[in-house]
Ligand binder design. Structure first.
Ligand SMILES: *Cc1c(COP(=O)(O)O)cnc(C)c1O
Length: 342
């Protein structure tokens, strides 16, 4: 294994910078579980305002935000949740929607991890038919992850929310990388998130914090969310130490996401020029690059031996750019792919 590694496995691989660690070390703290931690409270206020929601709740992870939200919205009486087939909630939360909330999950199809109002409408149940589950919740992932980092156009989100309102559905936004979407599109986070019943952002991806996410919604829903966070063991005592890292990320690491997007596009364009790699670089809108090769496992292993880490997902190869990989690192990754395939 070479000593320096270009780690494109995920943007979760970022390490807190010296300045972020300083902010953590000097954070004012108190008991977060009792609502006394000033740094956690400040973060929650900032995120609520950012997402155009009334209140917010700091949690240890994005997965917990999804699970709290699904539990909030779903009644364990045969309620159905709609999500894209490639959604994190469907594929990467250990079946939590079923076990924690008791949700029936109906997977929707659509290009790039996105679906439209018509696809949702086509799945709506007849509320008077006692044979059927009850339509209850729609979740949107902005930007998509396994869908390839695609950014939902605002109009498409609004169309889905219109259908949700028409059928009395609750709505939830998985905004793990929402700020990648806002930087890519120029839309505000509130424009994307404000219309949902609940929405959250992650701090441990491109924003560079070691851990943490924040779920936002109405004051009433967030009060109830506090109960589920406790139930799942998500209270954190002196959580201000990690909330300080999240606040640092929000203050310093948002605009620079544009660099990650430029690096991802550069990587995708380079990959498109390599014989044996299949990718359409024009679909790369944020920091995720997913591509196909004849033997993804062999490529993955050869890259790892050359000090380039990528991930394997559904028989495809994924590379994610972030603040710990610069342009030179991306160039090294491209050269390694070329070598590995030759
Ligand atoms: C990473 C991710 C999550 C989970 O967030 P964690 O903080 O890792 O638990 C949820 N949804 C999407 C789209 C993600 O990319």
């Amino acid at each position: 294994m070479p000593d320096s590694v270009v780690n494109l496995y995920s943007d979760t691989q970022t390490r807190p910078s010296a300045a972020m660690r300083e902010a953590m070390a000097s954070a004012e703290v108190a008991d977060e579980q009792r609502g006394h931690d000033p740094t956690v409270n400040a973060l929650q206020d900032e995120v609520a305002a950012l997402l155009g929601q009334e209140a917010a709740l700091f949690a240890p992870s994005g997965s917990m935000c999804n699970q709290i939200a699904i539990r909030l919205h779903i009644r364990p009486l045969g309620d159905e949740m709609y999500a894209h087939r490639l959604a994190h909630t469907v594929n990467a939360e250990a079946g939590g929607a079923a076990t924690i909330a008791g949700a029936m999950v109906m997977a929707l199809e659509g290009e790039g991890g996105m679906f439209d109002g018509a696809a949702l409408r086509a799945r709506m149940r007849d509320p008077l038919d006692t044979h059927e589950p009850r339509s209850r919740l729609v979740t949107v992932e902005q930007p998509t992850n396994l869908g390839g980092g695609r950014v939902w156009p605002l109009a498409q989100i609004e169309e889905v929310l219109d259908v949700a309102r028409e059928f009395g559905l609750r709505s939830h936004l998985d905004g793990a990388r929402l700020l990648n979407a806002t930087v890519a599109s120029g839309e505000s986070a509130a424009a994307y998130a404000g219309g949902f019943d609940t929405a959250w952002i992650d701090f441990s991806k491109g924003l560079g914090a070691p851990v943490g996410a924040c779920l936002a919604g109405s004051a009433e829903l967030i009060e109830e969310a506090r109960r589920y966070k406790q139930m799942l063991g998500g209270s954190m005592r002196q959580g201000g130490i990690v909330a300080a890292a999240a606040r640092y990320g929000l203050q310093h690491n948002v605009e620079r996401l544009a660099e990650d997007h430029a690096n991802a596009r550069f990587l995708a364009e380079g990959l498109a020029g390599i014989e044996g790699v299949e990718i359409d670089p024009t679909t790369v809108e944020t920091n995720i690059v997913i591509f196909d090769v004849a033997d993804p496992v062999a490529l993955h292993d050869k890259l790892a031996a050359a000090g380039v880490e990528m991930s394997l997902l559904e028989g495809r190869v994924r590379a994610v750019t972030h603040l710990d990989v610069d342009r030179a690192g991306v160039e090294r990754a491209l050269a390694a792919v070329k070598d590995a395939i030759a």
